[in-house]
Design a protein around this ligand. Structure first.
Ligand SMILES: O=CC(=O)O
Length: 269
């Protein structure tokens, strides 16, 4: 049994050194650090954090979006720097209600983001690997078309070969000058260099980012932009979600060692 976070990659070289390995338990929801096809080939089961983080991550996506649209962090800096007194009122933000929200990845996190934003009066559109029968939101197979129809793009999918740099310059330009992007998935789903360029040149309206391509390094160009909200990959972390994660981890180990089905097995495709 091997326990992993999102840290060192569980690569074929590691798996080869552990010939008796039968189970990998990761404390993350994301699986991009585990070579799943090699685990499947070797008959190694994998369990992850399942849905224990989904609510907190969905809350964070909404938090970043409200912060960005209503300029909460930027206005906070303005007040602290004494600029309200010297320069007067701060520019107005824009309303959340009525926005068209394009969700990329309608898994458990994406679905909870959609539910939350519906309650704010937003319309939901989405892209996912497959159309979901349990929702009536418009489904877009083409990510550029989704971006063109959306005021806000929220990245909720996992990182894999298909999704790496899926949000490229073309998608960002389709989102447009007023469009904003929120990323609570993985940094490398967006081509970060292109994102930075689009933000610096005003080709998109703003970004709320919890994840980055080369964490903990964050492109310095973003530090001076008031239409960008930055967060150090902490959307999943609350004391409550940690407690739920510990219970799940223990539950998975107990299940494995008593030959019962895992509580949060990763289904190989
Ligand atoms: O980002 C954190 C996770 O995948 O759990």
């Amino acid at each position: 049994m091997l326990c992993s976070g999102t840290g060192p990659r569980i690569a074929p070289e590691i798996l080869r050194l552990l010939p008796s390995l039968r189970l990998v338990v990761t404390t993350s929801a994301g699986l991009n650090h585990i070579d799943l096809s090699e685990c499947r080939r070797l008959g190694i089961a994998v369990a992850n954090a399942g849905e224990v983080f989904s609510e907190d991550v969905a809350d964070m996506a909404v938090g970043l979006l409200i912060d960005l649209l209503r300029k909460v962090s930027a206005a906070d800096r303005y007040v602290r720097q004494g600029l309200w007194v010297s320069k007067g009122d701060y520019p107005l933000g824009s309303k959340l209600g009525g926005k068209q929200i394009g969700i990329v990845g309608l898994g458990s996190i994406g679905f909870l983001v959609a539910k939350r934003l519906e309650a704010f009066g937003c319309s939901i559109l989405y892209n996912s690997r497959k159309k979901k029968d349990f929702v009536s939101y418009p489904f877009y197979t083409n990510i550029c078309e989704l971006a063109a129809k959306s005021d806000v793009l929220i990245i909720c999918c996992g990182l894999n070969e298909q999704t790496q740099h899926m949000i490229n310059r073309e998608v960002l330009l389709a989102l447009g000058k007023e469009g904003v992007i929120i990323n609570i998935g993985r940094g490398a789903i967006i081509d970060e260099k292109e994102l930075v360029q689009c933000l610096v040149q005003g080709e998109i309206g703003g970004a709320g980012l919890d994840v980055f391509e080369n964490e903990p390094s964050v492109p310095k160009e973003l530090f001076d932009l008031d239409n960008v909200v930055l967060s150090p990959h902490l959307a999943v972390f609350t004391p409550e979600s940690f407690k739920a994660l510990c219970d799940l981890l223990i539950g998975n180990l107990e299940a494995f060692f008593s030959d019962k089905p895992l509580l949060s097995p990763v289904m190989f495709e």
